[in-house]
Design a protein around this ligand. Structure first.
Ligand code: AMP
Length: 431
């Protein structure tokens, strides 16, 4: 078990908190936040620290400002290649224009608008530093009083952040007496602010990471049974790690989405023009054999909605999975499969779901994904939805409050379900 903010004394202490303020911004202005859920998610931890009279120094990354590091403007490789391909006499002007644009784009990745919104949400002043480890941040952090909140500028304005540079981590740690990590979305990365900083400070989790560990860790270590995993999405290859780890733990493995056709092919079925990973057919067969040997129920779609074109308005019909004709492709699980999967969810005590059941971006092929989300919302079980597409689907459908836990990290939750150690979690102190 990892220590949380409630296991340590924070009163009167300077606390460095790694949050996930990587919120989507309006592309044009770069000042309007288009989805503030991640700021809302960080509030319980921030409020706890403020209420307990800590001086709170928040840090986060925002976007990918890879063309400006340490105030030195550099063009990224793609941009540079474009300019190199121009006639020699045009290159100088093109470089200047590209640098000017890069400067503007990078300004759009400032955390200042987030600090302003946070101030409204907290109902108190939030101090914004102009830099990360520069003189402005240092002076503001030194002057910060208990109960006050400040935000450092975008961590990724420094290349050292993602390189987990020890001097950069030490400089961040120098602001504080305690480190709190509450950014699960970057916990699978060993960066200076997610891992390195814990070499210099006592390190505990905030409420968001605590909840991720409680639900996902609980399901993996000691699930209430029957334990069912539902996996979907485009490719077998991106979920192999999860399947291999979960097959030793679950009572039933349910497969939907584009990855189902490689399994259907492995069973000898015809999949027409559906998504197929030829080089994973053999592996899919082995997985099914392993499931059988272990007594793990392995459920593939029994019927499939197919289309004659990859578009929302394509002609469509329902056929048994494994009988998809040439010229047609699987787009969603069929109605019989919806019922089968819903019944399986109903009988479960723990369900982990990751990946859509079909091309849910097209409303005509979203029914299977909606049916699974609905069944999960109605089920009397511990329901855990991995980040990414399935989390977005559940939230958009308005089922979020009926799910026990929706992970805040796409890549991180996948790696967690693969059984990997997340550097941002490993760095925290044990109870
Ligand atoms: P992933 O990122 O691997 O979870 O995959 C999510 C993507 O899988 C979504 O964009 C879906 O549109 C896509 N997907 C799901 N089912 C299918 C399918 N039957 N054919 C093509 N793409 C699919």
């Amino acid at each position: 078990m990892k220590k949380t903010i409630e296991d340590v004394n924070v009163q009167g202490k300077k606390v460095l908190v790694r949050v996930d303020f990587n919120v989507p911004m309006d592309k044009e202005t770069g000042t309007k936040i288009t989805d503030e859920n991640r700021i809302l998610g960080a509030l319980p931890t921030i409020k706890y620290l403020v209420d307990h009279k800590a001086a709170v120094i928040l840090c986060s990354h925002m976007g990918k400002p890879h063309n400006v590091f340490n105030d030195t403007l550099k063009l990224n490789k793609k941009e540079k290649a474009k300019i190199d391909a121009l006639p020699a006499q045009e290159q100088e002007a093109a470089t200047a224009a590209a640098l000017e644009k890069a400067k503007k784009d990078v300004k759009k990745l400032s955390l200042a608008p987030v600090a302003a919104r946070l101030s409204e949400l907290l109902g108190q002043e939030v101090i914004m530093a102009k830099d990360v480890i520069g003189p402005d941040a240092q002076a503001k952090a030194a002057a910060l009083q208990p109960g006050q909140v400040m935000v450092l500028e975008n961590l990724r304005f420094h290349a050292e952040e993602e390189k987990n540079d020890p001097a950069f981590a030490k400089a961040l740690a120098g602001y504080a007496e305690l480190y709190v990590n509450d950014a699960f979305g970057t916990a699978h990365r060993a960066h200076a602010s997610t891992a390195g900083v814990a070499d210099y400070l006592p390190a505990v989790s905030g409420y968001l990471i605590e909840k991720e560990l409680k639900f996902m860790g609980g399901a993996l270590e000691n699930p209430q049974r029957p334990f069912v995993a539902i996996l979907g999405g485009a490719k077998v290859s991106s979920k192999i790690g999860v399947i291999t780890n979960l097959i030793d733990k679950v009572d039933a493995l349910v497969i939907g989405g584009g990855m189902a056709y490689t399994f259907a092919k492995a069973q000898g079925g015809s999949v027409g023009d559906s998504l197929l990973e030829e080089d994973k057919i053999e592996l899919s067969r082995e997985i099914m054999e392993k499931a059988q040997a272990k007594g793990v129920k392995f459920l593939l779609p029994i019927d499939t909605v197919i289309a004659d074109d990859f578009s929302n308005d394509a002609n469509s019909k329902v056929v048994p999975t494994g009988e998809i004709p040439a010229g047609w492709q699987g787009m969603d699980i069929g109605p019989e499969t919806q019922k089968l999967f819903a019944e399986t969810i109903k009988g479960a005590k723990t369900v982990v779901w990751n990946g859509p059941m079909g091309v849910f971006e097209f409303p005509n092929f979203a029914k299977g994904t909606i049916a699974v989300a609905e069944a999960l919302a109605q089920a009397d079980c511990i329901s855990i939805v991995g980040g990414g597409d399935s989390a977005a689907a559940v939230t958009q459908l308005g089922f979020a409050d009926k799910i026990s836990h929706i992970s805040t990290g796409g890549g991180a939750s996948l790696e967690f379900l693969e059984g990997k150690t997340l550097p941002g979690v490993a760095a925290l102190n044990d109870k």
